[in-house]
Design a protein around this ligand. Structure first.
Ligand code: SAM
Ligand code: SF4
Ligand code: SF4
Length: 346
């Protein structure tokens, strides 16, 4: 089997065993969060007895930049900062500035719950080089949102965060809503109505079986087809072309010109065939799949301070990759332990 070389490939660009390039790196900067979303960090597990990482266990900015410098020649163009909640780290700007200077990196974005996104913070992140932001918001009414974030955070805090990002000139703001049946699926339409015509693209995410603590069950999933149908009944939509190969969200356009939505169907229509993402945990392990049990610890190579050795190590990890969990989820025994999403980043 042969595949075309990606247009922006470097001479060292790497592909895995299924001919998938390495284009994106998601970097988790903390495993802590100010929310306790029931589908991600349920309080039954992430409570006062839970042992979060200590500050000295977190990868330093120097080390994160070394990893970015190692993966850029291998083909990585996009870096996304995530967590846990990345805005908990008050020195993110320095990291963003340093990543922006790495040769080959074209795009730096962040996924956040936006509750801590003040006007001043949004401006300093933009000045540092943050180009895009994905904000998670699961409902338009406080009662439902409280049931999702489980920390009593109001919808208005997140909406203010979004306004602050836009006011700071970060115009590429997307909003992510995880849909869990019986919990917030009644919010699909109110969310679509709120963001219709705003230029902020709302993306619905099927509830996934990440980690071991969110008590996932297939019957809790509202499929992408059901989400599209529900919106189409009140606000007619039509499918739109993908912006680029490997785009995870399927695009739908409102027929009345009110913009578009996206639907990420990792359960009902998996997209492993185009998966070009690696994840770097807050402790310095690379994960080649969101549903992996184990990562590859990069700390020995980082401690050796040998950039060529680090690059070669990551190259080998990617070359032997053959993950396609979502395409096989119904065939494999899913009881094996999986890493928590708050640890490796969504
Ligand atoms: N705290 C930030 C936030 O919520 O945006 C960043 C980290 S969070 C782990 C990244 C993304 O993963 C969020 O959009 C969140 O909604 C999504 N996520 C977490 N658990 C999920 C699950 N079980 N199924 C689908 N998406 C999930
Ligand atoms: Fe925190 Fe994000 Fe997980 Fe919610 S989804 S608990 S905001 S890390
Ligand atoms: Fe990529 Fe793994 Fe998700 Fe498939 S299941 S799309 S390989 S992260």
């Amino acid at each position: 089997m042969s595949r075309a070389t990606p247009a922006n490939a470097t001479s060292e660009a790497v592909v895995d065993r299924l001919y998938r390039p390495l284009h994106d790196l998601r970097v988790s900067v903390t495993d802590r969060c100010n929310f306790r979303c029931v589908y991600c960090m349920p309080k039954s597990v992430f409570n006062k007895d839970y042992e979060f990482l200590k500050r000295n266990e977190l990868l330093s900015w120097d080390n994160i930049v070394s990893v970015v410098e190692a993966v850029a020649p291998l083909g990585v163009r996009k870096i996304r900062l995530t967590g846990g909640e990345p805005l908990i780290r008050n020195d993110l700007e320095e990291l963003i500035e340093r990543i922006a200077r790495v040769d080959g990196i074209q795009d730096i974005s962040m996924t956040t719950n936006a509750a801590l996104l003040t006007q001043r913070r949004a401006a300093s992140l933009r000045d540092a080089g943050l180009k895009r932001i994905n904000v998670s918001l699961d409902a338009m009414d406080d009662k439902t949102f409280h049931a999702m974030n489980d920390m009593g955070v109001n919808v208005s805090s997140v909406l203010h965060g979004i306004e602050n990002a836009v006011a700071a000139g970060i115009d590429n703001v997307k909003v992510n809503m995880v849909v869990k049946k019986g919990l917030n699926d009644h919010s699909i339409l109110p969310m679509a109505q709120h963001f219709h015509g705003t230029g902020q693209i709302l993306r619905f995410i099927e509830f996934m079986d990440v980690g071991n603590s969110n008590a996932w069950d297939l019957t809790d999933v509202v499929t992408s087809a059901q989400i599209a149908e529900r919106i189409n009944e009140s606000m007619p939509i039509e499918p739109a072309e993908a912006n680029y190969k490997g785009e995870v969200a399927k695009r739908w356009r409102y027929l009345d010109g009110g913009g578009e939505i996206g639907i990420i169907s990792s359960v009902s229509e998996p997209f492993c065939g185009d998966c070009s993402r690696a994840r770097l945990s807050a402790t310095g392990s690379i994960y080649t799949c969101l549903f992996a049990s184990e990562g590859h610890d990069l700390r020995p190579q980082l401690e050796a301070k040998n950039p060529e050795q680090l690059k070669a190590h990551i190259q080998r990890i990617w070359e032997i990759r053959q993950d396609r969990y979502s395409e096989t989820r119904t065939q494999v025994v899913t009881l094996r332990p999986k890493v928590e999403m708050s640890f490796i980043g969504g």
